[in-house]
Ligand binder design. Structure first.
Ligand SMILES: N[C@@H](CCC(=O)N[C@@H](CS)C(=O)NCC(=O)O)C(=O)O
Length: 230
């Protein structure tokens, strides 16, 4: 059985940092499925699996190709219905889209402005050139200009996590008593920050820190085994 997950890497191939790939790593682990991660630099993505996708994650499940972290979670849920559920039903599947929207429009853009220069610095030279030109075009500023405002973004970040802090007053996970894909969506974003940047992005204690530490320990500590940036 071959199950391959193409995973973004830095100059050090062991440094796997994509927030979207982390969602899939956690989804596969949650389902108890074996897989092999294939380290893939930014500039190699377009040649993976005959140019199947412009972005990672890409899953090759015994010859069946799936792209996009949410689509992969849906595929795994439908393909492996007897393994632990990622959504706990149609309602959970639907509400996970709201968490995806929150991560995509509130959390990740803020984190990009905090860590984009840190990401650049851990890439191999060919990827650095691609990353600089694509991200500077997207952000409308040099990476150095974004980095110089990172302190203000960092100070504003805890307020953006308030909806999560509220939720965790009532339950251990966004999914309730145990984690679901919704947790992995937010975990992926915060794990990305943990792996690429030494900046103190999460509070040192409190409900969000406790939840994140619990997520790092899930599935035999899969998340914690990835080295944090120092
Ligand atoms: N909606 C997609 C987004 C995937 C995505 O943007 N992946 C980034 C890495 S985190 C990527 O592959 N970027 C390629 C590039 O910027 O060239 C998902 O959830 O999988």
């Amino acid at each position: 059985m071959t199950r391959l997950l193409y995973s973004l890497c830095g100059g050090d191939a062991e440094c796997r940092f994509s927030p979207h790939v982390w969602k899939t790593v956690m989804s596969l682990s949650h389902k108890g499925l074996d897989f092999q991660e294939v380290p893939t630099p930014f500039t190699a993505i377009k040649s993976v699996e005959g140019g199947f996708s412009q972005t990672v994650p890409i899953l090759n499940d015994n010859g069946h190709l799936v792209r996009d972290s949410f689509d992969i979670a849906v595929y795994l849920e439908d393909q492996y219905p007897n393994m632990p559920t990622l959504f706990d039903g149609d309602g959970g599947r639907a509400i996970s889209r709201a968490i995806e929207g929150y991560a995509q429009f509130i959390i990740q853009p803020a984190l990009v402005r905090i860590v984009v220069k840190d990401i650049h610095d851990l890439l191999a030279p060919a990827d650095q050139a691609y990353f600089r030109s694509s991200r500077e075009a997207r952000l409308g500023r040099t990476l150095e200009a974004v980095e110089s405002a990172a302190g203000e973004e960092l100070a504003a970040f805890p307020a953006k996590l308030e909806p999560v802090r509220h939720t965790l007053k009532f339950q251990q996970y966004l999914g309730g008593d145990s984690p679901l894909f919704a947790d992995y969506i937010l975990f992926g974003a915060l794990q990305w920050a943990r792996v690429v940047s030494p900046k103190p992005i999460l509070p040192a204690d409190g409900p969000i820190r406790d939840w994140f530490e619990r997520c790092l320990d899930l599935h035999d500590g899969r998340g914690r085994r990835m080295k944090a940036a120092a």
